[in-house]
Ligand binder design. Structure first.
Ligand code: KIV
Ligand code: ZN
Length: 513
């Protein structure tokens, strides 16, 4: 779509508020994510980060719900953050008092308004529901609080009753009307109808609090803002009850990218904020999570990488720098020559055409085996190829095996290490284990290795099958390397695969990169 088309669409279909605020509820609704429990210290650290990022309001908790909640709310308030600190309260005096005890001056008070909540949870008539809400708002206002009122389960509430309760709480002094989609049933079209109706009937600023049960929270929140909503409730990484809430990073970036709306949020901190909250909550993001997932700016296919290398906008909607993330070129079965060339350039590895083809084919073959080729693998494969003209540091010079029912499997291995021959014997649970133990003994002065993965496949069926062994070894510095060998003897294939990976690790260690 061209810029002029977008401008026309905006004019015809949007009713953007002059100012749009972000209320982050990671520390309240986000903490209601099943399995998440934050300490007072965790909450303080997250609140400080949210304040640095620039969200307008931080809902720090539900002070009446526990001593810890009261303490953390009070301590966060005492930090004098730039963001407004908000406390949640049911429409009951005790809850409002807890918000006052925490020294907060902004309350988010709510009552269930849908028939389901009135009949099965509150057991209140419509009249009592309204009078309870009004009394709560009046009480909070009388105590000097700014009041945001939520009609819980608003989206399953009769429209006329919803308007009635909103009208009465506005008369009682509510400063903000919040519309929670408590069980996430909205769609963009229904959102549009609801928000447009509310905006044309109320002058009080409105806020939306949408859940993500159908994966539509961000789309619905964006629609609500397009129709005039003044504030969005969000959480970092979209965490929250069940499938979560509207995600901070998604809505901020969507507003920025679709409409150039910058808000007060520093987008360049969004990725680090996501990582931080992920670490403290223990909720790891899926790789395909928009904006902050590992794959948000990762590219593997040859066509895409080619485009990206020429101009990153070809396959990226925004630059990773905008949100503090980074671009990743991944090697695998879809890798094209351009991606490989750029990676080799990055690591200053200069291959001739023949060597390049060999490395390229090895990467494709590993990809076909379902392996993702890491940067360490690539370095090892490429350096081995470069070094194949040179001598490999370690060579197998001899192997003897002793197996049987009454003796421990024993292997005698002779290696040439940097031109010096060494021989030793060791035992193990089987012949492969015994041989690998003997190798470890022989190379221990040269390097300390760990066998991280060992995979044995028979290339064709039958007792004369070729053994195809694939291993991953690592050294103490955390370098990893793959090794592979095919042999008609399982022990031999295992030893050669392990030596292959050890030689690559040594080449990495001894190379300049
Ligand atoms: O989802 C919801 O309805 C809530 C209320 C407390 C506003 O979180
Ligand atoms: Zn909620």
């Amino acid at each position: 779509m061209f810029d002029e088309d977008i401008e026309t669409i905006k004019k015809q279909n949007m009713n953007l508020a002059d100012e749009i605020y972000i209320l982050d509820t990671t520390l309240r609704d986000g903490e209601q994510t099943p399995g998440v429990a934050l300490t007072v210290d965790d909450k303080i650290q997250i609140a400080q980060k949210l304040d640095n990022v620039g969200v307008d309001k931080i809902e720090v908790g539900f002070p009446a719900s526990s001593k810890g909640e009261l303490i953390s709310s009070k301590q966060i308030k005492s930090l004098n953050l730039s963001s407004t600190v908000v406390g949640l309260a049911r429409s009951v005096k005790n809850d409002i008092d807890a918000v006052l005890d925490a020294d907060l001056d902004y309350i988010h008070t709510f009552i269930g308004t849908s028939p389901l909540h009135r009949d099965y949870k509150l057991k209140m008539s419509k009249e009592t529901t309204i009078s309870t809400a009004v009394e709560a708002v009046e009480y909070a206002k009388d105590h000097g609080l700014s009041v945001e009122f939520s009609a819980e389960d608003a989206t399953r509430t009769e429209r006329d009753f919803l308007f009635e309760i909103y009208r009465d709480v506005v008369d009682a002094g509510a400063d903000f009307l919040d519309i929670p989609d408590t069980v996430g049933i909205l769609t963009p079209i229904i959102t549009r109808d609801l928000i447009t109706d509310i905006k044309s009937n109320f002058k009080t600023p409105i806020s939306v609090h949408f859940h993500n049960d159908f994966g539509l929270a961000t789309a619905n929140t964006l629609t609500a803002i397009e129709c005039g909503a003044n504030q969005a409730h969000v959480t970092v990484n979209g965490i929250g009850e069940r499938t979560g809430n509207t995600s901070l990073e998604e809505i901020v970036v969507a507003l920025h990218s679709a409409y150039g709306i910058k808000l007060n949020v520093d987008t360049s901190q969004l990725y680090s904020l996501s990582e931080f909250v992920g670490r403290l909550t223990g909720i790891k993001m899926p790789v395909n999570k928009p904006i902050v997932g590992d794959n948000a700016f990762a590219h593997e296919s040859g066509i895409h990488v080619h485009g990206i290398l020429n101009n990153s906008s070809t396959y990226e909607p925004i630059s990773p720098e905008l949100v503090g993330h980074s671009r990743k070129i991944v090697l695998g079965k879809h890798t094209g020559a351009n991606a490989l060339k750029s990676k080799l350039k990055e690591y200053h590895i200069d291959l001739n055409d023949e060597q390049f083809d060999k490395v390229f084919n090895q990467i494709k073959a590993l990809g076909d085996k379902g392996k993702c080729v890491t940067d360490d693998d690539l370095k090892a494969i490429a350096l081995t190829e470069l070094g194949s003209a040179r001598e490999t540091p370690i060579k197998l010079k001899g192997l003897g095996l002793l197996c049987g029912a009454i003796v421990s499997p024993t292997a005698t291995v002779k290696l040439e290490i940097d031109g010096v021959e060494k021989e030793t014997s060791d035992t193990g649970v089987g012949p492969v284990d015994a041989a690998l133990n003997a190798i470890r003994d022989l190379i221990q002065d040269t390097m300390d290795i760990e066998l991280e993965e060992y995979n044995l496949e028979a290339i064709n069926g039958g007792t004369d099958a070729l053994a195809d062994v694939f291993v991953i070894s690592s050294d103490k510095e955390g370098n990893k390397s793959t090794g592979r060998a095919i042999n008609d003897d399982i022990v031999m294939a295992s030893i050669l695969a392990v030596l292959d990976s050890i030689n690559k690790l040594l080449l990495i260690k001894r190379s300049e990169i």
